[in-house]
Design a protein around this ligand. Structure first.
Ligand code: H2U
Ligand code: ZN
Length: 347
């Protein structure tokens, strides 16, 4: 597959969403620049002006406690608000002006009291505490809402408003579009093959090896065959599991290890704090059968050639379909070749 496709233009299919990506590997014949930019100004461990640091006042006047590990609060500018859906039958009669009510809750999770550390720099036990919070929050919110989206936006380039390590949770009253697609495609796969799509895919990738970054007894981290972003990751369990809530203590420990390693490799690629949007997808709590669901995390990082040169999703991509030059196999090879030790701890 790789020999045949590493020179010529082709399209790859995403079996999780039904989307295609155009791959143009001949455009990457130029040598690898791999520009490093370790010029980031060091941040203080505590920043008096930061609205996420312990003991500080947030934009709406609320006071953060002197938290020592993780800290969760309701987003002061929530995009979704609790409440009962209103009846929109009348509006829906029009083919042009269809709408429906939406409600939910938005929370912010501070990953650490330390303003200056990011997830790959945190000790393993602290990464595990973040996983525990993700799991507890999902449990609590999925009792009220069919969809709970756990995510992290990292880096100013991704629109992240504050470098203090933090993530978000949005719980809502509907199935968002990406989830609806994954639900449909995973369901169809289980119906036709009898096994979960992403469990079969994880084992197929482990066997092939070309796109695998790292694996342990429970997890595999890889650049998916159908990746759109240059250094996209898909983090998959090697055992059947539908939700973060179901993970055992041991599965959380091995998850912390592989997550930390994957993020260290990201940072080492351009010797910069690697920006991305990441998030977890698992079975929605709609009350319907969900055996087709397999828990997984997506990492969508925008950087292409250096700490400042990003991939733009414009032109053909906006109007036709996503396109990439670097193949997922080349991206995986570069990520495997960088050190698993964080560049900051080597200096
Ligand atoms: P991002 O940096 O990923 O955008 O997340 C920060 C979130 O924190 C953002 O959604 C919220 C913003 O609404 N926030 C508060 O809830 N309180 C504040 O005092 C500032 C920011
Ligand atoms: Zn801070």
């Amino acid at each position: 597959m790789e020999l045949q496709f590493n020179q010529s233009t082709h399209r790859r299919y995403n079996p999780l969403t039904g989307q295609w990506v155009l791959v143009s590997p001949h455009r990457t014949q130029r040598p690898w620049l791999g520009q490093k930019e370790s010029t980031m100004a060091a941040r203080p461990a505590y920043e008096p002006k930061c609205y996420l640091c312990p003991g500080n006042t947030r934009a709406n006047g609320a006071l953060n406690p002197q938290y020592k590990s993780t800290f969760v609060f309701n987003n002061d500018y929530a995009a979704l608000l609790p409440g009962k859906p209103i009846d929109t039958t009348e509006q829906n009669e029009s083919p042009f002006f269809k709408m429906e009510a939406a409600h939910g809750e938005c929370r912010v999770i501070c990953f650490s009291p330390r303003h200056d550390l990011t997830l790959p720099e945190l000790p393993l036990e602290e990464v595990k505490s973040i996983i525990n919070v993700w799991s507890e929050q999902t449990r609590e919110l999925s009792e009220k809402y069919p969809w709970v989206q756990v995510f992290e936006n990292k880096g100013a380039i991704m629109g992240c408003s504050n470098p203090h390590p933090h993530g978000q949770i949005w719980a809502n009253s509907f199935l968002p579009v990406e989830i609806a697609k994954e639900d449909e495609f995973q369901y169809a796969y289980l119906q036709s093959r009898g096994t979960p799509l992403l469990l079969d895919y994880a084992h197929a990738e482990l066997k092939d090896g070309a796109r695998v970054i790292s694996s342990n007894e429970n997890w595999v981290l890889l650049v998916p065959f159908w990746a759109v972003w240059p250094y996209e990751y898909l983090l998959l369990p090697l055992f059947p599991v539908k939700s973060l809530m179901e993970l055992t203590d041991d599965q959380k420990s091995t998850l912390a290890e592989i997550m930390k390693e994957g993020l260290i490799r990201y940072d080492n690629l351009f010797e910069t704090s690697f920006p991305y949007s990441m998030g977890w997808h698992g079975a929605p709590s709609t009350g319907k059968a969900n055996d087709h669901w397999q828990l997984h995390a997506h990492y969508y990082p925008p950087l292409l050639r250096s700490a400042t040169i990003k991939k733009f999703m414009v032109g053909y991509e906006m109007l036709a379909e996503p396109q990439r030059d670097l193949t997922p196999e080349q991206a995986a090879q570069r990520l495997r070749e960088v050190s698993p030790v964080h560049y900051k701890s080597r200096q």
